[in-house]
Design a protein around this ligand. Structure first.
Ligand code: ADP
Length: 250
């Protein structure tokens, strides 16, 4: 049973838009604690795949399971988020006028279904959790600053931190290093390497140096024309003639 221990199973997923197959019998399993990189040329179906996983787009056919229990095709976007799938889009969406600390606090309280108020006092365990997350994000010294004053990279890290406050089992990141400086990109790689094992992660990324940094011994999946073209270590997929063709042939 190849799917044993996976957190996400996509089986023969197709998505048809006006007769056009954005996904074409896509099958993919993500293991518990795995960091999976998804690459592929523009139009390969990467965004559509993320949209199917989060319930934003419905599959035309095929099945999608989260863990053993959740049939994603039967759940709303909100139910999928509650089940433990967090998604970060390319553009950071932090509360610019709140401090860095408050952003994490609001994200934590939103998770508890408590009204998003900053007046309810934090328990010390909650305060500790925010402090350790700030530490991991290298944002401790910024915690009193309004989030709007952070650099682009720091905002992206803060948003990852906000997702972590919701204690997701699976984190989906869409081009997390787009627009970052080289130093920020490298730091993001370190951060994702710290998260692997504790969370399952799916990272869609165009920056191949960054993919090499985070893929390490892990698997890379190459999408093309709505299905999996190749899967393996970064080295294996880079040497695959079909992969070379789709990247160089355009
Ligand atoms: P990627 O993220 O890999 O660039 P996408 O998932 O965005 O690819 O798109 C896959 C294909 O599906 C593209 O050809 C795109 O034009 C098409 N597509 C995506 N969303 C829609 C939509 N809502 N309606 C029609 N076609 C779409």
């Amino acid at each position: 049973d190849t799917t044993h221990g996976a957190i996400l199973y996509l089986e023969s997923i197709s998505v048809v838009f006006d007769g056009f197959k954005a996904l074409n019998n896509l099958s993919l399993d993500i293991g518990v604690g795995e960091l999976r990189c998804i690459i592929g040329p523009n139009g390969a179906g990467k965004t559509t795949m993320m949209d199917v996983i989060t319930g934003k787009t419905r599959a035309t056919s095929g099945s999608a399971f989260f863990g053993q229990n959740y049939d994603l095709s039967t759940l709303s976007e909100a139910q999928i988020a509650d089940a433990g799938i967090g998604r970060k889009f390319q553009r950071p969406t932090v509360f610019e006028h709140h401090t860095v600390f408050e952003n994490l606090e609001l994200a934590m309280k939103a998770n508890k279904g408590v009204q998003s108020t900053l007046f309810a006092r934090l328990k010390s365990a909650e305060r500790d959790k925010i402090a350790s997350t700030l530490e991991m994000l290298r944002l401790t010294s910024e915690h009193r600053r309004p989030a709007g004053l952070l650099s682009h990279g720091q905002k992206q890290w803060l948003e990852i931190g906000m997702l972590l406050m919701q204690e997701p089992l699976l984190l989906l990141l869409d081009e997390p290093v787009a627009g970052m400086t080289d130093a920020e990109t490298e730091r993001t790689g370190e951060l994702l390497n710290e998260l692997r094992g504790k969370h399952s992660l799916v990272v869609v990324e165009h920056d191949m140096d960054f993919v090499t940094q985070i893929a390490q011994g892990g698997k890379v999946t190459v999408l093309c024309e709505g299905s999996v073209l190749a899967e393996g270590t970064m080295q294996q997929v880079q040497e695959d003639p079909r992969v070379i063709e789709v990247y160089l042939g355009r």
